[in-house]
Design a protein around this ligand. Structure first.
Ligand SMILES: C[S@@+](CC[C@H](N)C(=O)[O-])C[C@H]1O[C@@H](n2cnc3c(N)ncnc32)[C@H](O)[C@@H]1O
Length: 222
């Protein structure tokens, strides 16, 4: 039987092969750009890891704001597009690498900022702990984490009872506020957490800061 991860790979391979998918190619999410502008003051020139970078729109925006950027994605077609877009936009120095979010090929504490726009909500709940452990491992103490995930207000979800579904072959999870707080509240200070309202979108946009003593289960921010 095909696992959720294999199904996701097939979905993303096809999305990047055809270039037809539902998210923006060039324009970065404005909420993420706002967070990056705040981080320019809090962690100027910091090393940012873009997780599931896709075609690189946020890697490029971050590089243009002066961050040092490393970006990973498990889909080589996405990375090829990202490298091309970065060249076209004149965004230099971004390191794009093929890797899974579950096997981050980096030393412990390497990054000042982790950014995920649209990758976590494609991971099954049973994989969230492994996903978060990887981020905690590569993020510096008090490092920042910028996250954008589907909320139940997302148009594909409205009216459903379950908190997940499979659409076009890919797993999609619609996070409640409670799930966000349960998943991240022990290891991160929630600096900002806002649900987009109106229009067609429905995302949580979050700016989190790793707790000083964060080291797994016992970590508490206060
Ligand atoms: C919805 S797209 C968003 C792309 C990009 N972050 C953006 O905002 O344009 C999600 C991305 O996550 C990548 N992805 C999904 N699961 C992954 C995994 N386990 N490891 C690495 N990348 C993954 C996909 O290939 C895809 O490029």
């Amino acid at each position: 039987m095909q696992t959720a991860n294999q199904a996701n790979r097939r979905y993303f391979r096809e999305a990047y092969r055809t270039g037809k998918h539902g998210w923006a190619v060039e324009e970065p999410n404005p909420h993420i750009v706002d967070f990056l502008k705040r981080l320019r003051r809090l962690a100027p020139g910091g090393h940012l890891l873009d997780i599931g970078c896709g075609e690189g729109r946020h890697s490029i925006a971050a590089a243009q704001l002066g961050f040092k950027v490393t970006a990973i994605d498990f889909e080589p077609l996405a990375l090829a597009r990202a490298r091309r877009f970065a060249r076209i936009k004149g965004a230099r120095g971004i390191v794009f690498r093929e890797a899974s979010v579950f096997r981050l090929p980096f030393a412990d504490g390497r990054f000042d900022i982790a950014l995920d726009c649209g990758c976590l909500h494609h991971q099954k709940k049973s994989d969230w702990a492994a996903y978060k452990a990887g981020i905690l491992r590569v993020l510096k103490p008090e490092g920042f984490y910028v996250l954008s995930v589907f909320s139940p207000k997302f148009r594909m979800f409205r009216g459903r009872r379950r908190s997940w579904h499979i659409a076009y072959g890919a797993y999609r999870r619609y996070f409640t506020r409670k799930e966000m707080v349960e998943l991240f509240g022990r290891d991160f200070e929630i600096v900002a957490l806002a649900e987009e309202r109106g229009g067609e979108s429905g995302f949580w946009n979050a700016l989190l800061r790793r707790c000083k003593r964060a080291s797994g289960v016992a970590a508490m921010c206060s």
